[in-house]
Structures are given as structure tokens and as C-alpha cells.
Design a protein around this ligand. Sequence first.
Ligand code: CP3
Length: 348
Amino acid sequence: MKFANDLFLRAFTDERLPHPPVWLLRQAGRYLPEYRATRAKAGGFMDLCRSPSFCAEVLLQPLARYQLDAAIVFSDILTIPDAMGLGLSFGVGEGPRLARPLQSESAIDALRVPDVSTLQYVFDAVAECRRALTRDGVQSVPLIGFSGSPFTLACYMVEGAGSQNDFATTRRMMLQRPDLLERVLAANEQIVTDYLEQQARAGANVLMLFDSWGGVLAPLQYERFSLSSLRRIIAALKLRVPDVPIIVFSKGAGHSVAAIAAAGADAVHIDWQSDLSRARADAGESVTLQGNFDPLLLTTDAATIQRAVSETLASFDGKRRYIANLGHGITPDAQPELVAALVNAIRS
Ligand code: CP3
């Protein structure tokens, strides 16, 4: 594959780069008026995700506005619980809901690993996104495919929604009936592995695992209920699609950066509450770090953003094995012109 801009892929090697590549978690989304327009055309959020052409349309929206060095397939981590028949819906102005959460042993007995072909619409979206990035055989920037981690998916599957109390229902199950939670995790591990493999085969150049709620676990619980499954998924993918770099984001697990690197991740995404220099010391020199600007910066002003970027890149070597990004997803109240300010400050 030929790329017009392969800076992002070169950050997975030891090469010194002219400036850090940059892309942003949730770079396509509600902060952009053109995204809201496409979503309205599509009907609902899952209708958007089920339409490869709408996915490609919103994929390109942030790339048209900003000088970004990577694109991320437009989809969601909850496609897997949806494929498991748990009854996913997104209410207007609310987070996701599952109509049939896994809150009893009998519900977990009935859980089946779906055939990966039920997620074909996602692989079609990957292929369409890749086509949309490519002209005359040259791809503009690399394309990232992604999945939720087994643990983070289990949080939604057990809880049935997001959480104000650190997924207490899920953690209570973990404490009282770890065997039940482990059955959910085993089912998720199987489908997540196949799902990521198929995204790579459909055209994703890099894969990312979102363990957004790994940080609700204490370090020993994190190893047992989240990182152990990530380690096996990475090992399986290294056999099946060996040339595809893998990024792991366990938000709130700054205590385990060294362990995530040792689990085989090519890159570790660092959240905004952690420190990049400390993460570099923990991860060593042969792992790429990605992150970790505070998404709140995108609701401040250009001078504040410039100062934050200067301070970060003065204290940390950003030219080798580093990908600039946010420390969590863009929020709907981010100001589009401040996204430009952040991207431009990083590039210069
Ligand atoms: O450019 C991109 O990165 C978009 C692709 C993307 C979406 N979701 C689109 C989306 C990605 C990578 C995700 C991942 C995702 N989804 C995560 C992990 C990343 C993280 O932020 O921790 C999680 C936890 C989810 C689950 C999810 N999906 C929630 C909690 C919500 C509702 C809250 C919110 O932020 O909107 C969603 C919906 C969702 N996923 C939207 C988008 C653009 C908004 C839906 C809408 O248009 O109303």
C-alpha cells in the first residue's frame, strides 16, 4: 500500500520524525455540525453505523477540516453487544442502553458468541472508509480499526448502560461471582479477536483496543479481568495479521503501562491524568506512546492550548515513537476552531 502521508505508521518504528503525527479520539462526532447533519440524514446513530457510505462520509469530515495523520473507522464499540442480541438503543441526548443486560446467571447461560458474519456491516464500512481515503492507488492517511476490550464491553453488557458509580453492578458480580464475569469475558474475547482480524482483512492498517473502563479495577483485578484477555487477543492477532500494529487504551490504568507494553501492545494510549515522561520510563524505548492532551483544552482558548502543547513537548521527546492525541474522547462541546489550534500547535 502506498500512502501520501505515512507519518503515523512511522511512529511505530525507531525513526526520528519531523513532528509528531496527530489524530484525535472521537475525531468524527457531535462537535461537528456536518456530523450532526449526516446523523440526521441517517435517522439514528446505529443507522449511521450500518451504512458504509454514511460511515465514509463522516470519516472524511474531520480530515477535510484539520491536518490529521490518521483516520479511524466510523463505528462504535457497542456493535458487539448489539450482535449478541442484548437490545442496543441510543436515546436522543442519552448514552447507550441495552434492553437485556446480563444480570442473572440464566442470562449468562443464554449468552452466545455471535458469528462474526453478523458484523459484516462493520467490515463493509472499513472497506468503504479505505476506498474513500484512496485515490489512484494512493491512500491519504492510514486507517485505524477498533473494538472495545472484553472487560469494557462486559461493563455495558452487565450494567445495561453507562454508569455514575464506576460500574458497581459489574464490580459486584466480579467480587461475588468472578466465574460469571469470566464467562462473559471469555465470550467477548473470542468475538473481539475475530472482529479485529476481519477489520484488518477488510483494510484497517492499525487496530486499537478501547478498554475505557479498565481504570475502575484495582491493579490485581485489572490484570485478571482485563489485561489477561487483552494479552491473549494481541497474541492471536500477531499470528493472524502479523503486520498490523496494535494500540491499547486502558483509561485510568496508568499503574500498568509497563504491563500493557509487556503484553505485546505496539502502542500504549495514555490518559490525560497520567504523565507521558513517567509512561515512557515505565514502557521503555521500544513501545510507542499515544496521548494525552486534556479534552477540556478544546473548550478553552488558543493561547491556553499553545501553552499546554509547548509545556508537554518541552518535557517529553515527541519526535520518536510518539503519536499526539487526546487523553480521552472529544466532547460534544469542543469548539471546532480550537481543534484546529491544537492540531496546528502540535505540528509546528
Ligand atoms: O471519530 C471517531 O473516533 C468516531 C468513532 C467512535 C465512536 N465511538 C462514535 C460514536 C469510536 C472510536 C467510539 C468508541 C467508543 N464508544 C468508546 C471508547 C472510547 C471512549 O471514549 O472511551 C465507548 C466507551 C463507546 C460507547 C459509547 N458510544 C458511548 C458511551 C456513547 C454515548 C456517549 C457519547 O460520547 O456520545 C456512544 C455514542 C457514540 N459513538 C457517538 C459517536 C459519534 C455519539 C452518538 C450520536 O451521534 O448521538
